[in-house]
Design a protein around this ligand. Sequence first.
Ligand code: NI
Ligand code: MN
Length: 226
Amino acid sequence: MKFTFYGHSCFAIESGGKKFLFDPFITGNELTKGIVDAGSIESDYILASHGHADHVADLISIAQRTGALVIGAYEVIGWAEKNGVKNVHPINLGPAMFPFGKLHFLPAAHSSSLPDGSYGGSAGGFLLHDTEKKFYYSGDTSLSMELQLVPRYAKLDFAILPIGGNFTMDVDDAIVAAEFIKCDKVIGVHFDTFGYIKIDKELAKEKFRTAGKELILPEIGQTIEM
Ligand code: NI
Ligand code: MN
């Protein structure tokens, strides 16, 4: 199973011959310039954790070009439809079934509004049950007791967690979150993109090591075999 990082909280998972693109935000991210081209990213499914622009800015264009099925909160999907996206599947917090299997949209402690200012519904995280390896992507969230639900549903191979602080968990909280979800292998996202969320990457990795866990910080554009 492959993980490709497109910067900020945007990444793709390739599993079972399908490409799942999460939280498409590329063209507004200075750090991706000259490295990632949103116009050439392929996807079968696009999953949006919530409606903030740093998670959906490239959703409409990629969805329209690729025809990917767009999955997200009911309100986020309403916004996508208003912008011309036809292939959609709205969900709310809880389980849902898809051609690729079962998915849980689990609560995130965060807000959600769309780029046009409309309400974005509940922010959430994704647990896909039937991929080659099991992973959980929390989306933007603070540390929350809700995270303790995750190991009831799955024994994770890895997790994707925000570590930049200010708008989400920071490194220290993400280490506790990793305990809550019972997962020792974490890919860190949502850091360095803006001034508020700049981190010391070496210190972050060292803190995870000290806690007996691994923090992976992929380069933008990098694909890693998980
Ligand atoms: Ni957000
Ligand atoms: Mn965000």
